[in-house]
Design a protein around this ligand. Structure first.
Ligand code: ME8
Length: 533
């Protein structure tokens, strides 16, 4: 095991009912940025993503495509792998719920649940939403129908799509026993659910009273068998939530698995969309409490990417089941992968819903990347090549711009300001901090007029300081932007002769002002962010 502190972060495991889209990618990139930041900040990171392959929805998708569920899932897995690779997702593990390790963990969990006395056999009679894989009671459905004036149609209270009536024998989890314990958890750990305004929704749901949860199905068989009851397969959410522990050794044999679990569990952060907040903030902690396992530290729930429904004119959630999803390719073609990551991570606030706008994408790309950071890199490296034969200059301590300069002042404390925002998943605010240094550097070029200094041999020392200060800004901003834009940041470091720094695990030290060595080779290269017309 590493001597570094563990940072374990997960994304939802996605249903295999269609190709991944911008929304799925959004959660995955949020987790990737955090994972990359934490690695650079000195943590031993485990970053998990994967696929949720069981359940009725996936079985139905397979049938529609004329395949067995397993064939269908196998045919879809490469689409996820390819997209994550293209989007520079640095996951350390990729779990599929049809893997043997998941079966072992889920069956182990069933046994522990039974030992603990938190499951019992009964009969379920109520409503089921297949797209959401969620049970709803008669009262929940009636209330929702009444509120919408659609009595008799029985639509899902959450996604408003038609429900199925389900009547079957089922095992139940005693969720109702955890109401007080959950409320105590929210009181004692108000940051369990982030952002904080999402906590209200979770709390009022639990205060409204909890029903026991049906956790096995008998009307179809695409799932993990209940170990002590052949007729039953595990309800897809009971199975899926367990994945977070499976991937760090839960229910697996051997000392290594036990050591891994001891080191990695509990997870620091589960990244989820707001649609699955109840599963992660109510059912999952209750399951863990029943098992006597530690609870994850935080569940970070982001909003939806929305698209306008052409018929109603209203913004609606982009989703695979609704068929209104935009393929990531469309955005990659426009902005490139790094521009794509930068736009979604800094301009689409993770707290609230965000409407997709191609116009806005272009604006952010041009303003921050083409005109600001890209421009700083190209002007500074050009001047270094022109005035110092392409080698980082030696600073002159006796000349102006050495001790007192506006850029060192902005860089002072920058890492700490940035880190606080990164850790709060406020990536847009973190990027703003970095852009302050970028803007200050571009302004510094105008104010210090290196082209005028270059004409006066007595000002060579000052010119060296100006160019050095600019290159030092590139070095520091490349470190800070690395989690958002890994390739361009590494390329920026390479162009100023600092490629060896890209893999740092001490970002705080790397971002301290004053470290750029003299005599490193500086290169110009193609524009990193060509301006969009
Ligand atoms: O719910 N905007 O899988 P899923 C933002 N298998 N994020 C979106 C989005 C959108 N329009 N659409 C989807 C499941 N997402 C379960 C999870 S976890 C133990 C099991 C993201 O394929 C968001 O993170 O329906 C949402 O919560 C998730 O995809 C749902 O993915």
């Amino acid at each position: 095991m590493s001597s570094k502190p563990s940072y374990y972060i997960t994304t939802p495991i996605y249903y295999v009912n269609a190709d991944p889209h911008l929304g799925t990618a959004y959660s995955t990139i949020i987790a990737d940025v955090q994972a990359r930041y934490r690695r650079a900040a000195g943590y031993s990171v485990k970053f998990l993503t994967g696929m949720d392959e069981h359940g009725q929805k996936v079985a139905e998708a397979a049938e529609k495509h004329g395949m067995t569920p397993q064939e269908w899932c196998d045919s879809q897995a490469p689409h996820f792998h390819e997209l994550w690779e293209e989007l520079e997702i640095s996951n350390d593990d990729f779990i599929r719920t049809t893997e043997p390790r998941q079966k072992r963990a889920v069956q182990y969990l069933w046994e522990r649940m039974q030992e603990a006395g938190y499951i019992y056999k009964g009969s379920y009679d109520g409503w089921y939403c297949v797209p959401d894989e969620t049970f709803f009671t008669e009262t929940q459905v009636e209330k929702a129908d009444e509120a919408r004036g659609t009595e008799g149609q029985h639509l899902c209270p959450d996604c408003h799509r038609p429900l199925e009536r389900v009547k079957e024998e089922s095992w139940f989890f005693k969720l109702s026993a955890f109401q007080d314990k959950l409320l105590a958890l929210y009181d004692e750990h108000p940051d369990f659910v982030q952002p904080d305004f999402r906590m209200n929704e979770v709390r009022s749901f639990v205060e409204g009273g909890l029903n026991d949860l049906s956790v096995s199905r008998t009307s179809f068989d695409w799932g993990i068998q209940v170990p002590f009851d052949d007729e039953h397969v595990t309800y897809v959410w009971f199975d899926a939530l367990t994945n977070y522990m499976t991937a760090v050794g839960y229910g697996q044999e051997g000392d290594e698995a036990a050591a891994d679990f001891a080191y990695r569990w509990p997870a620091q952060t589960h990244i989820v969309g707001k649609d699955i907040i109840r599963f992660h903030c109510v059912i999952w902690p209750a399951m863990l409490m029943a098992l006597g396992e530690a609870l994850p530290e935080h569940v970070f729930a982001h909003g939806f990417l929305t698209v306008k429904n052409e018929e109603t004119g209203k913004a609606e959630k982009m989703s695979k089941s609704r068929g209104n999803a935009i393929a990531p390719r469309e955005v990659i073609e426009k902005l490139g992968v790094e521009g794509y990551r930068y736009y979604f991570m800094t301009d689409v606030t993770p707290g609230t819903d965000g409407a997709i706008s191609f116009g806005r994408m272009e604006q952010v790309y041009n303003a921050d990347l083409a005109n600001s950071w890209g421009n700083l890199i190209s002007r500074s490296t050009n001047m270094c090549i022109k005035y110092f034969e392409g080698a980082t200059p030696e600073r002159d301590s006796s000349a102006a711009g050495y001790a007192e300069n506006p850029l060192a002042a902005v860089a002072d404390g920058l890492f700490e300001r940035y880190a606080a925002k990164m850790e709060a998943f406020a990536y847009g605010d973190a990027a703003k901090e970095v852009m302050e240094l970028v803007h200050a550097a571009n302004l510094y070029i105008e104010n210090s007029e290196p082209w005028t200094l270059a004409k006066d041999p007595a000002k060579t020392g000052e010119l060296a300081n100006v160019i050095w200060n600019l290159l030092e800004c590139i070095r520091i901003t490349a470190h800070l932007l690395m989690p958002l834009m890994p390739s361009t940041s590494a390329e920026a470091l390479r162009r100023i002769g600092c490629e060896g720094e890209a893999a740092t695990d001490n970002m705080a030290a790397a971002c301290a002002w004053g470290q750029l060595a003299a005599g490193l080779p500086v290169e110009k290269g193609e524009a990193l962010f060509p301006r969009l017309a």
